[in-house]
Design a binder for this molecule. Sequence first.
Ligand code: ARG
Length: 456
Amino acid sequence: MALWSGRFSSDPREDVALLSESISFDRRLYAHDIMGSKAHVAMLAKQGIIPETTAIAIRAELDAIRERIEAGDFVFKTELEDIHMHIESSLIAKLGAEGARVHSGRSRNDQVALDIRLYLRDRIDGLTDALRDFQQALVERAAADPDAIMPGFTHLQHAQVVLFAHHLLAYVEMFERDRERLIDCRRRMNVMPLGSGALAGSTLPLDREAVCRELGFDRITRNSMDAVADRDFIIELLSALAVFGIHISRLSEDLVLWSSQEFGFVELDDAFCTGSSLMPQKKNPDVAELSRGKSARLCGNLMSLLMLCKGLPMTYNRDLQEDKERVFDSLDTVELILKVYPPMIRTMQINREQMQAAASDPALMATDLAEKLVEMGVPFRDAHHRVGSFVRYCREHNVALDKVPLAEMQISIPEATEEFLTLFSPEASVAKRDIPGATGYRQVAAQLAFWQEQFK
Ligand code: ARG
């Protein structure tokens, strides 16, 4: 029998109960629901709204319910709809009239707003820690080969020589912004909604500040209608997780390319790959592919929440119950990726010779020639043009840039000197990029030191 059965002449239809229920997924909120109810009843007693003995009995029974849920001894029933009603009915079943006082001054609207904030706060803390571990794995992998050279790409075309470590550290920056976005989102989420009631607050003298302190929130919500209607803290979280998804998808794409026969830059550990049921030689980078694929659901979940909230009249609407599965799914997805990725990065082997060979394409050093001309006083556009015609000359004569004698180079680049012939060394090319943020050895060492300091 539903807790509001006073108003209704019959129980809901079975199919309607199936449509209404959220217990199959919101049972995850049990611990936070109990935490919120314990703080609520302690406050009710302090304010003289319920007897102290009742508060003590309710708090003890709430602990017992949590233990029963954790032991798997708690019976969940579709008819009881959600986690809030399950816990309240169980209290009433055990404590009778005393249990029936727990919901004083409270609605499920402010209750669920409280529970989800408490729950997400904890999950965000878990994710920011996991992101740190992932960043650490990338930094360790970069530090293990601080001088490995590879071609850097734009448009997936050979562009300029870079350090492999520099490439990995670019991702560390992206994941740092993802971490900051989560921390920022947590700050806006950490506001206490209880006491907003169904939408208008309460006639009872609730001490909202006491509940706020007890539950570790930064402040109480200012407007009761906003407090029960708002889900933008979930939209923000899903947005931060979708951006993370895009970053992990790009890294995954790099790994898929790098582990292909065409690149052959890295070898992923067997634990993170699978074979083919048909082709005996195959070793596929499934973890990277699946992570790339899962970014689709992270984006989809964000879209779901945006669409869910669009056009809802003030204040709470039952539609909002649909927020949970989407946010749980994104959290679980990111959590799983962050479990699998760090060991995959830590165990990833690189093929330095293959990377070096690809980076030895002298065309990668064309910019270095142009910049040498700039140093000699040639305007950059002219320098660019001269080196461009030199590259065309080499293509037309089917000769590598570094195999052309000086006299021939001077046809396109009259200013060229003997020194120009030394500019095709990939190591020298990297070393010369020595300004902050550049890929030079000294600069990348400084980046590594920066991150190692952050992790202390
Ligand atoms: N299960 C509901 C949800 O997740 C709880 C709030 C229900 N409130 C209501 N007035 N029916 O949104």
